[in-house]
Design a protein around this ligand. Structure first.
Ligand code: SD4
Length: 333
């Protein structure tokens, strides 16, 4: 469980690093030992995902391999109803998946509106590594996956189908999709969404991955922020990495993860960069009290930060010193 001590440690780390980490000061400042390897990921399902990533990082493995292995855990977990197999479907009852991945060289791969494939993150990696493209969507992404030996599966579990049937019976007139409503809907804690994972390996290289079934009951064909490079995820090995969770439309409009990385490039700590990006989201969304957006960031020195609009956003952090634990993010409201 998250502890106050963990929260305070994070705040202290964040404020310490505001002045300490700056590209302009780096040259003259005495070198601070970087914390690495380290991996962070969004929400409770980040704990088992971090375990899988850590098994690679701890042996000196590459951050890219770690984030792919990490997010495959909730992708395969039917009880994780916002990622991969068992994800809640769109309003037509279809599970459609979005995912992207970035490596330390700035290479990127992405799939969107992908159906029937349990591990979209691995398809995204293949797009990155074996094609001249960044993004494949829908039918084309499915054909690409099948051609590379991925199995076509039914991803709609009985539980998710039941939830959809219930939604169909009870749906109000409004056409809003549901997302990250852990504080107000009967989706409760299970409605924690999307996994975004960022890792810094022992060699000092960063990578990130993001994968989701998106907003439950979305319009068929809707794509959120998670597969959009710069929105749901961004990695710049010279600076840091960031990922987003929450209402994807609001994240896309500010190109949220890229914004966080650029704020870190300007010298802000990960925590302060996430906070400022949340302020930008709030400024652009008059209905911000009704939505959730959370950012998570890791810089190349292994410092971390997180910030969200609503309380309730948490993430898992794993490092050598303290192992794998959940931490509550600070929030604006
Ligand atoms: C989306 N951002 O599809 C994703 C879902 C999510 O917290 O992260 N929810 O909009």
């Amino acid at each position: 469980m998250p502890t106050r001590r963990a929260f305070l440690t994070l705040s202290a780390l964040g404020s310490l690093s505001v002045g300490a980490w700056s590209p302009f000061r780096r040259a003259e400042a005495p070198a601070r030992p970087a914390r690495r390897p380290v991996v962070i990921s969004t929400w409770n399902h980040g704990l088992p995902a971090n375990d899988a990533a850590w098994a690679i990082l701890r042996d000196g493995g590459r951050a890219l391999d770690a984030v792919e292995a990490g997010v495959r855990v909730p992708e395969a977990d039917p009880t994780s109803q916002s990622v991969g197999y068992g994800g809640l479907p769109d309003r037509t009852g279809r599970v459609t998946l979005d995912a992207c991945i970035m490596d330390e060289h700035g290479n990127a791969g992405s799939v969107a509106f992908l159906q029937h494939i349990k591990h979209p993150i691995s398809v995204a990696r293949l797009v990155m590594e074996t094609t001249p493209h960044v993004m494949l969507v829908g039918e084309g992404a499915l054909r690409f996956a099948l051609a590379h030996g991925f199995e076509q599966e039914n991803l709609l579990t009985p539980e998710s189908e039941r939830a959809w049937q219930e939604w169909l019976r009870e749906q109000p007139d409004d056409v809003k999709a549901e997302i990250n409503v852990e504080n107000k809907s009967k989706g409760g804690a299970d409605n924690h969404d999307t996994i975004g994972m960022l890792a810094l390996d022992a060699d000092g290289n960063l990578s990130g991955a993001c994968t989701t079934s998106g907003a439950a009951w979305k319009l068929h064909g809707r794509v959120g922020d998670s597969p959009i490079i710069g929105a749901g995820l961004y990695v710049d090995n010279e600076v840091g990495a960031a990922c987003a969770t929450g209402w994807g439309e609001a994240v896309i409009r500010v190109v949220g993860s890229h914004l966080v990385v650029e704020l870190m490039r300007q010298g802000h700590s990960p925590r302060e960069a996430c906070r400022r990006a949340i302020e930008r989201v709030i400024a652009k969304n008059p209905d911000y009290r009704e939505i959730q957006v959370g950012f998570l960031a890791l810089n190349r020195d292994g410092e971390i930060g997180a910030y969200s609009i609503q309380p309730g956003f948490n993430f898992a952090l794993c490092d050598e010193a303290e192992g794998n634990r959940l931490i509550d993010a600070e929030s604006r409201l």
